[in-house]
Ligand binder design. Structure first.
Ligand SMILES: [Ca+2]
Ligand SMILES: [Ca+2]
Ligand SMILES: [Ca+2]
Length: 287
């Protein structure tokens, strides 16, 4: 009985304590279908500072149905991130919270959290990079290989030879498993708070999501397709200036924000809507 009481007290007190938590400076609140999440408990215990300052988060806060949940990391790790991502990592229709979590001695990994049995709990994480001060940046979550299940795309060490890694989580295992990797990409500039430069879109119009990624020089953009368990690249788009902001699809056009306040537009090479229109026209003419 002695061990049961403190546990119950902890569970009951956490939601109230969470309200008083100090939010991560500069951190944002993610919001989707009734779920909100943000970082709290600023800490300097990880002296890395790849995101402008050396203040990271020690806690993750989630809010659902007017209730606040909190998860405190142990002292061996922090969240080196700005805003958590709300994603359906395993395709079951339920949202998970995707975070960037460095261990003080083993470097970063991605970690998923969710609300289970009225508690915010860690669900799964991938293997950390293995050395301190090594960071990674999630690039997107989608079904990139067309097998009907989502994958998590990550750019590992975007500042020192970035590697695109595709991960899969089965929804049960505590481990997020690696499926494939390919080097040569960068989705972040040191010191920048812009983490979402990479874009997920169906670039070639085959119905399967693709990634548009800056190359390591961050002046070239390249579409990356997943064929089987291998990545292939499309034609490179040379911007001749550094890509500084998030890529954005507007209809059939890709807007690329560049250094100096410029925006370059790339036309998608293949337009499914246009093809459908042409087919319709051809059918009408053949009648
Ligand atoms: Ca899910
Ligand atoms: Ca898939
Ligand atoms: Ca595609």
């Amino acid at each position: 009985m002695k061990s049961v009481l403190p546990f119950i007290l902890t569970v009951m007190l956490l939601p109230m304590a969470a309200v008083a938590q100090e939010r991560l400076p500069g951190g944002g609140v993610a919001e989707a279908t009734g779920l909100r999440a943000w970082y709290a408990e600023p800490t300097k215990r990880y002296a890395h500072g790849i995101l402008d300052d050396a203040i990271e988060a020690g806690s993750l806060i989630a809010e659902r149905d007017g209730k606040t949940y909190r998860y405190d990391l142990p002292d061996d790790s922090v969240f080196e991130d700005i805003t958590p991502r709300l994603v359906d990592a395993n395709g079951d229709g339920q949202l998970e919270i995707l975070t960037i979590k460095p261990y003080l001695t083993r470097g970063s990994t991605i970690a998923l959290y969710g609300i289970q049995d009225d508690t915010l709990v860690p669900l799964a994480e991938a293997t950390p990079i293995g050395a301190p001060n090594r960071w990674l940046n999630p690039a997107g979550v989608a079904d990139y290989n067309g097998d009907g299940r989502p994958e998590i795309a990550v750019i590992r060490t975007p500042h020192i030879g970035g590697i695109l890694i595709l991960y899969h989580w089965d929804g049960h295992s505590p481990t997020i498993a690696e499926l494939a990797r390919k080097s040569g990409y960068s989705s972040h500039a040191i010191g920048s708070t812009e983490l979402q430069i990479a874009l997920t879109a169906d670039w070639n119009g085959d119905g399967i999501m693709d990634l548009l990624l800056p190359r390591q020089n961050r002046t070239d953009i390249v579409p990356v397709y997943m064929v089987g368990n291998h990545f292939t690249e499309g034609d490179t788009y040379r911007m001749r200036r550094e890509v500084t902001g998030r890529l954005e699809m507007m209809g059939n056009f890709l807007k690329v924000p560049l250094r100096g306040g410029l925006t370059k537009t790339i036309t998608r090479p293949y337009n499914p809507a246009e093809k459908a229109q042409k087919q319709e026209k051809a059918l009408l003419q053949s009648d």
